[in-house]
Design a protein around this ligand. Structure first.
Ligand code: NAP
Length: 291
């Protein structure tokens, strides 16, 4: 199996899951030095989705591929063509852009790219499984850990917006099953966490995990735009603000897919926060066992 996005949040855990299942794993990274951070049993290949010809060594003789697309869109068609020339099956990490909930129906350039890649995959005749996680629980590390680590107030827009954060470990476990188990070809899985929680309630859950209070202050979208300047592309800020705004006053969309596929309940956001508490106190990365 070849895992792309192997050094990323989800790919890294997919690798752990595949190794745990006894499956030989290849990993793709653009950075030779990053290979040293992956488990020793993994066969590491250097390659770049933005330069499709660099993928050939990793694809030659590979089994199913876990495709994570974080590169610019220009080379997507050439990469999918190369995948089809070398392998039979792909598991694609997409997003719930077809789900009829207002949160997922806002303007979103990443969702447009995901839809394009899905069309490319379908056109090749590759066997495919599409995995569509909603909001990742781990987004809160980038969003709130800096303020929480320094004891500052979490200043955030649309505090009442409800989402159902899904644990990266559950997404990775589903992806790994789709790669090494039969019965997932043609499947399309929307993955969510088990509970609809406002953003303010998610910060409260982190506070409970830390055993202390965290002050939350609602700010306006324009204040958020100003605070994000130079750190987050404005297109991403606009995408998030539109999605959160549409999610105020209505419960988040929740599916049973994680439980149906894994046979265990999806992890709650409280569980995720408890397992990552040290990151909010010390800024350290979660240990392998907490992943
Ligand atoms: N955040 C959310 O709530 C959410 C929800 C639904 C879907 N998603 C989707 O999840 C995906 C991101 O997954 P993630 O969070 O696990 O990734 P991540 O932690 O952001 O890591 C990005 C990965 O992509 C690799 N990468 C970046 N550019 C590359 C290139 N040009 N060629 C080859 N590899 C490249 C990086 O590897 P190297 O640096 O080692 O090369 C790294 O492993 C995106 O498609 C996103 O739209 C996110």
């Amino acid at each position: 199996m070849l895992v792309t996005g192997a050094t990323g949040r989800i790919g890294r855990v997919v690798i752990d899951q595949l190794l745990h299942a006894g499956v030989p794993v290849r990993a793709l990274t653009r950075r030779t030095e990053a290979g040293a951070t992956l488990p020793a049993k993994v066969e590491v290949f250097t390659g770049d989705l933005a330069a499709p010809e660099t993928l050939d060594p990793a694809l030659n003789g590979a089994g199913p591929v876990f495709l994570v697309w974080t590169a610019p869109p220009q080379t997507a068609a050439a990469v999918v063509e190369r995948l089809a020339a070398h392998v039979q099956r792909v598991v694609f990490l997409s997003s719930p852009h077809r789900t009829p909930h207002p949160f997922f129906r806002q303007p979103n350039p990443m969702a447009v790219l995901h839809a394009d890649i899905e069309r490319l995959i379908a056109a090749t005749g590759l066997e495919s499984t599409i995995i569509r996680p909603g909001m990742l629980a781990s987004n809160s590390l980038a969003w709130w850990a800096p303020a929480i680590q320094t004891g500052e107030v979490v200043r955030w827009p649309h505090g009442a917006a409800e989402t159902a954060p899904v644990d990266d470990r559950d997404i990775a476990a589903v992806a790994a099953r789709a790669l090494y188990q039969d019965g997932h070809v043609g499947a399309d899985y929307v993955l969510t966490g088990p509970e609809s929680l406002t953003q303010a309630a998610q910060v409260d859950a982190i506070a409970d995990a830390l055993g202390r209070q965290i002050a939350f202050e609602e700010i306006t979208p324009d204040e958020f735009r100003r605070l994000s300047e130079g750190m987050v592309p404005s297109s991403v800020v606009d995408m998030l603000l539109a999605a959160w705004s549409a999610a105020v006053g209505r419960p988040a969309y929740i599916t049973a897919a994680v439980a149906d596929i894994l046979g265990t309940a999806p992890r709650t956001f409280r569980q995720w926060a408890a397992d990552h508490a040290t990151v909010f106190t010390e800024g350290s990365q979660p240990s392998a066992t907490s992943r």
